[in-house]
Design a binder for this molecule. Structure first.
Ligand SMILES: *[C@@H]1O[C@H](CO)[C@@H](O)[C@H](O)[C@H]1NC(C)=O
Ligand SMILES: *[C@@H]1O[C@H](CO)[C@@H](O)[C@H](O)[C@H]1NC(C)=O
Ligand SMILES: [Cu+2]
Length: 406
């Protein structure tokens, strides 16, 4: 609201004479940070207004789910939650980490907790859910079922919060309510490790790409997750000497501390306010949008998706397979889902339909596989059922879902 008011006063969106919802939407990303932040807020408000319209228009939008304005959930940025809301979320995550796993130990001996069930599912499916036609929808469902587990199995009454990367790109981490290391944060940086080199994002079908290390590197020593045990992986963990390390297939029990290497340079370069707005405004089909978001291999860019992941750094943060074992993963992927949602709402009918899907069932189509369609099944292994299809996952207010973002 504050940003929207600023926008109004500055007249950034052009001649604004009536109520704000009628203000013309931006068509090109602003380079100035505050102006880009205001554009993002305006686009999110617009996305929400489209939802309000579609919820009230049952004839135009043939709804299959039970989502109405009354049960609509609102996911918020971490910094806009109250202290007690943040503590409730943290307590629910820790609760999942104490409950026993559902994944059979014969398949994943290292999956010890209910939290690990999600990590195990992600490890199992990594080659078929990244750089695929299912990437965005799969992670939407994955995050939603995690939110459901927090609520239904751990008594959480709020919703999944998200991380707006553009904010930390500006403030840095010490002043960020997500990363400040207080007991209402998601824990701070890892302990400083001197003489770190660069990380190579290559491998797994991608060309070499070197990125800087951050200001931590060691075990997280502050905040709620300082004593957390990372149980699974790594499978393909990028180290700061350009090599990668694995513990075989990552299914074994490998208890270790949570490590972070917060890297502001990566946050600023790949996930600033302008990058988010530019991703939303300058990609008019899903193929371009999802490739820009993940980074076009060989382009030297890693998009806001890679930007968020490598901003966290550490272990399991830098392991594509094991990354959901980092509690921040879930705030990051809600940020990804919010960005997709805003983009979808700009052309809601097209972008939640079959035309909103592009790609196949394998990582960069290697090995070649059939195109993803609305009928492609999506399952989350032992994390939770039921299996659904892509059709169920295209809209956040249809199928099993009923949520929007602020
Ligand atoms: C990188 O660091 C790891 C862990 O310290 C070490 O095992 C490995 O040999 C190093 N690789 C290179 C190429 O220096
Ligand atoms: C913001 O991100 C874009 C990439 O999305 C990049 O081209 C630009 O240089 C970044 N801006 C700053 C100030 O680093
Ligand atoms: Cu993933």
């Amino acid at each position: 609201m504050r940003l929207v008011n600023t926008l109004y006063l500055l007249g950034v969106a052009g001649t604004v004479s009536h109520a704000l919802p009628q203000a013309p939407l931006p068509t090109a990303p602003a380079q100035d940070v505050d102006a880009a932040a205001a554009q993002l807020e305006q686009l999110a408000s617009y996305a929400q207004s489209v939802t309000d319209d579609t919820l009230g228009d049952a004839n135009t939008y043939q709804k299959r789910g039970a989502c109405t304005a009354k049960n609509l959930a609102i996911r918020r940025e971490w910094g806009s939650l109250s202290s007690s809301e943040r503590k409730a979320y943290i307590a629910a995550v820790k609760c999942l980490q104490k409950k026993p796993a559902k994944t059979p130990s014969s398949l994943f001996p290292g999956a010890k907790s209910r939290f690990d069930d999600w990590v195990a599912t992600h490890i199992s499916q990594t080659p078929t859910i990244h750089y695929t036609g299912t990437f965005l929808a799969w992670h939407r469902y994955f995050t939603w079922q995690y939110e459901q587990a927090l609520r239904n199995e751990c008594g959480y009454t709020g919703y999944q919060p998200y991380w707006n990367w553009g904010l930390t790109a500006q403030t840095g981490f010490e002043k960020s309510p997500i990363f400040d290391g207080s007991d209402t944060s998601m824990s701070g940086n890892g302990e400083f490790v001197p003489n770190q080199g660069e990380v190579n994002l290559g491998g797994n079908g991608l060309p070499d790409l070197y990125l800087p290390h951050g200001t931590g590197g060691g075990c997280v020593k502050s905040g709620p997750f300082k004593d957390m045990s990372v149980n699974l992986g790594p499978v393909q963990l990028g180290l700061t000497n350009g090599s990668t390390v694995s513990n075989g297939d990552g299914k074994g029990y490998n208890p270790r501390c949570l490590k972070r290497d917060l890297t502001l340079e990566i946050n600023k370069r790949f996930a600033n306010m302008t990058s988010i707005v530019s991703l939303i405004l300058q990609n008019n089909n899903i193929e371009d949008f999802q490739m820009k978001m993940q980074g076009i291999p060989g382009s030297g860019a890693i998009g806001v998706h890679g930007g968020g992941h490598y901003t966290m750094g550490g272990d399991p943060g830098r392991d594509l397979f094991t990354s959901p074992g980092e509690p921040l993963f879930w705030l990051h992927h809600s940020g990804i889902d919010r960005t997709w949602w805003i983009w979808q709402q700009l052309d809601c009918k097209t972008r939640t339909s079959a035309q909103g899907i592009s790609g196949t069932g394998t990582f960069l189509n290697q090995p070649p596989s059939p195109d993803t369609t609305l009928d492609t099944p999506i399952d989350l292994g032992y994390a939770v059922g039921p299996a659904v299809t892509m059709r169920d996952l295209m809209s956040t207010t249809d199928g099993p879902f009923c949520y929007v973002y602020l």
